[in-house]
Design a protein around this ligand. Sequence first.
Ligand SMILES: [Zn+2]
Ligand SMILES: [Zn+2]
Length: 103
Amino acid sequence: MPASRLRPMRLRWAWGGDGSGEDYPMAFPDSVKDAAFKRSGGRCECGRTSHPKHPRGRCPTAISTQSVDYHHVRSRKAGGPDTLANCEALCRKCHKLTKSYGR
Ligand SMILES: [Zn+2]
Ligand SMILES: [Zn+2]
């Protein structure tokens, strides 16, 4: 009696390519970035009270077009669109504290 054929297990993730460390690109169009920056009035738009820097409200950090990070409120990985409504103009420190930083 021959042994039944073994099927090799295949592990493949639905995204992220081959896991070689390729960055998932942030892709807000310039028009959205411009609008988000204008909306921010030059100040970080973060209002997360969990951030130690501004526990009572909006972050006081000034941002410039050089230092701003555009954050996907709903991450692209979770299907968030590249629209103004899904875009937050954040300072780098706040951006790094968001749960979906880098995604
Ligand atoms: Zn901030
Ligand atoms: Zn913050």
